[in-house]
Design a protein around this ligand. Structure first.
Ligand SMILES: *Cc1c(COP(=O)(O)O)cnc(C)c1O
Length: 461
């Protein structure tokens, strides 16, 4: 009798604690909380085993430190000066200094950094711009916003970057610029790209939106071409909500960029100063003082975070490269630091018993490892077709150039198509964690590989 009561009480306790966990689960959506008791650590979570990691352990993004960051923002708030003024100027100086750039101009976001830079390099209607198809849509939107024509150069799937060996074949008399993207925060092959640009007298605008502090031969990307563009959007390595920057060593160019982003008003003009009249046609895409205050706070941490991301990426990459079918990114030989906005690898399903990439991602997520399949193809998007049908494009370009089917034929990128089907990404905040975090990722991948045949039967993808 006594025994029975005890066991009933035990059963009650067990059930109520499970109910408690159920509540936690609903709030945090952390599947690995299920991994209590005696579940096997070597069995994949999707097959009833213990998850490799608890999703609540990952470093959350964005990071801010109340004591320092909130003080800076409050100072701006209490000053009543919220529109572009001295804090923005301070952020611009600090940003240029962090990159070893002569000067920087900050604007409302990375997309507008690209639009302003292209505009003030006089890249407009009728011009062609060479660009990789493996990028965020903003790169292509910026080209189209200026009335120019994106011409896609296929990627090198090992590095995920524009393939410099394929650039020259795409140059025509209309080509004005190369727009390499340091995609995922890994540097593009700038030595090679600059040599081609020099030979053909082309401008180079670097889209370094994902690559702050990435380096080639100890020189920061974004400072190598005629202009470099950065983004401070919330997911990026310097998150301030929205924000962007242009860097260049050409003072006259940056003065013009300043005017363009501020209604054409002369360089140095700001709210409260007598209006001397506009020098040129412009737009208005200024950063605010509180955004700059957050930026300054974020910048203080960027170098240390970048070192951590590089260390963890090298450690994780070496570990998972041993798993057949996992092909981590390659860096060009002269890369001295990457930014690792994302950690990419290619997934070969044939080495995983035909387990689809979607199935692989499903398994990793069940193991408590957030992951994604990355970009889809950009060179066949309907918005390009729609732009070609616009009044402006029809006035500027000969009819043959705007035939969308022909355009798609000219812009085939088979390597990119395959890359978009094989890529797997981890976001940069995962790389800010500990070696144990990296081990958990590796373990999730190893478990998935070892049990691919059985997983294939339970996954949805
Ligand atoms: C984020 C990003 C942009 C655009 O920056 P926003 O600040 O989001 O406007 C442009 N290019 C690339 C490669 C990006 O990742």
């Amino acid at each position: 009798m006594k025994n029975r009561i005890t066991s009933t009480r035990r059963t009650f306790l067990k059930q109520s604690s499970i109910a408690g966990i159920g509540t936690v689960l609903a709030l945090n959506a952390a599947p690995s909380v299920f991994a209590i008791g005696s579940k096997s650590a070597s069995t994949p979570a999707l097959l009833g085993g213990q998850a490799a990691w608890d999703t609540s352990r990952w470093i959350k993004w964005p990071i801010w430190i109340p004591e320092t960051d909130e003080k800076r923002v409050l100072e701006v708030l209490r000053s009543g000066v919220w529109s572009r003024a001295s804090v923005v100027a301070e952020f611009e100086k600090a940003w240029a200094q962090a990159l070893g750039a002569k000067r920087s101009l900050v604007v409302s976001n990375g997309t507008n950094a690209l639009i302003v830079a292209l505009d003030q390099l006089n890249i407009r209607g009728g011009d062609e711009v060479l660009v990789p198809p493996y990028t965020f849509v903003a790169t292509v939107q910026a080209i189209l916003a200026n009335g120019a024509m994106p011409v896609f150069v296929d990627v090198d799937p090992q590095t995920f970057q524009i393939d410099p060996n394929k650039i020259e074949a795409k140059i025509t008399p209309r080509t004005k610029a190369i727009l390499p993207v340091h995609i995922l925060g890994l540097p593009a092959d700038m030595d090679h790209i600059m040599a081609i640009a020099k030979k053909h007298n082309l401008l180079v605008v670097e889209d370094a939106c994902q690559a702050p502090l990435a380096e080639i031969n100890h020189k920061k990307v974004g400072t190598i071409g005629d202009a470099g563009c950065f983004s401070f959007q919330n997911s990026k390595n310097i998150p301030i909500g929205e924000g962007g920057a242009i860097v260049s060593s050409d003072d006259a160019f940056l003065d013009r960029c300043f005017s363009y982003q501020n209604l054409g008003l002369p360089y140095g003009s700001f709210v409260g100063k007598p209006n001397t009249g506009s020098l040129m046609q412009g737009t208005k895409v200024r950063l605010t003082e509180y955004q700059a205050a957050i930026g300054l706070a974020q910048l203080a941490r960027l170098q240390a975070q970048t070192v951590t991301r590089n260390e963890n990426a090298a450690y994780l990459s070496a570990k998972i490269a041993k798993v057949p079918g996992i092909l981590p990114y390659k860096l060009y030989d002269n890369v001295t630091q990457a930014a690792f906005h994302l950690f990419p690898f290619r997934y070969k399903s044939e080495e995983f018993k035909g387990l689809s990439r979607a199935g692989f991602l499903e398994s990793l997520r069940a193991e408590g490892v957030p992951c994604s399949s990355g970009y889809t193809t950009l060179n066949d998007q309907p918005f390009i077709k729609e732009t070609f049908e616009s009044k402006n494009y029809k006035k500027i370009y000969p009819k043959e150039m705007l035939n969308y089917k022909d355009y798609m034929d000219r812009n085939q990128c088979p390597q990119n198509n395959q890359l978009c089907n094989e890529a797997v990404w981890f976001t940069q905040n995962l790389l800010l964690g500990s070696k144990a975090d990296m081990d958990a990722i590796a373990s999730a991948i190893e478990k998935t590989h070892a049990n691919a045949e059985r997983l294939k039967k339970v996954v949805k993808g």
